[in-house]
Design a protein around this ligand. Sequence first.
Ligand code: GUN
Ligand code: ZN
Length: 436
Amino acid sequence: MAQPTLLLGQTLAFARDPFRGDPAEAAQHERRGAVLIEDGRIAAVGPADRLRTAHPQAGVVDHGDGLILPGFVDAHAHYPQTAIIASWGKRLIDWLNSYTFPEETRFSDPAYARTIAARYFDLTLAHGTTTVASYCTSHPESVEAYFAEADARGLRALGGKTCMDRNAPAGLTDTPRRAYDESKAALARWHGRGRLSYVITPRFSPTSTPAQLEALGALWAEHPDCLMQTHLSEQTDECLWVAELFPEASDYLDTYERFGLLGPNGLYGHAIHLTPREIDRLAEVGAALVHCPTSNTFIGSGLFDMEGLKGRGIRVGLATDTGGGSSFSMLRTMAAAYEVAQLRHRALHPAELLWLATAGSAAALGLGDRIGTLRPGIEADLVVLDLGSTPAIAQRAERAEDIWEAVFPTIMMGDDRAVVATYVAGRMVEARTDRP
Ligand code: GUN
Ligand code: ZN
């Protein structure tokens, strides 16, 4: 057995969902805490003195005042959009046609796919994100590149071939048969290999014919343990288009449900313009939603109803939605979630924001027993944050009277400069040399 490692720093360990009960009481904070890592997993969390005495044989990495958290979990991203992030001036459908589809067409080239997948994981790890659920493109080469690069880094990662057979350029479309066959082949190759999971991925109803949705519903029925990810009710123009394309469906969600694409392992991105029936149905089946706040403001989509949807007991994850989202940083994403909720007259507590970016996203991905929390047995994917990473943040944090006030300036103003170190399965993969 490898020598255990003891990380020293502040620790914040959630015992429950902070949306249920007093958020400030949902986590245990240790000012001088420690995380013991053995064989890539967390073996113990507690006060530094106690763990040092109990484990004198452990190698010690002292992060000083750094805050040790579970690595961030980005529950919805498009790695192929890395190079077109921050493209100006369009709303959803025009943005897809002007920027996204032309870029995604390039991923038939395996070398290009590999270059961007490597760049994407370098960026996410530098931002403290240790797990992502990403859409690939419709090309099997893009799926291969994504999983190969994730595997080479030892990452827990989820993804799938983005299926489209209409309303997209010829270089990106497949057919119902090819969507089924290529998804099935990639699933057989990657699902459950190392720390990887395949996700069945119809892009969204406007780019799939009923026949393609049906084929993917059939594939999901054969592999019900897989997640299925797609987009739902992101922008009002899109919702009107869906109503035109599927006149027989009762609403947007029904365009998935009627083809077997609604279930407890379903992951629905955005979910802003929902009808009461759709909310009832999502709650009833136990599906998960993913909030993508920087994307929702950047593309001008609308304001996600965190309070209402969490209040219905629906699982909600948090995500960048790169490159519709305007940042790779889950800190920037938490800040945007705070601002979006404020516009709906709800101030999200720092505990709620941090939980959404870690345990909440992990639970949305069905991985709550593996990642997202500082608890014995959980995989040691961690991020260490400097709570004074810029002069502006440091001068505000100095006034803090508790951990929540100390971390909130980093949530609101922080980015990759706040990331001191990132650990994947107990191994430090990213470190700033100028910080402890
Ligand atoms: N809806 C369908 N495809 C996409 C995409 O790539 N990004 C976003 N934000 N919404 C979508
Ligand atoms: Zn998306």
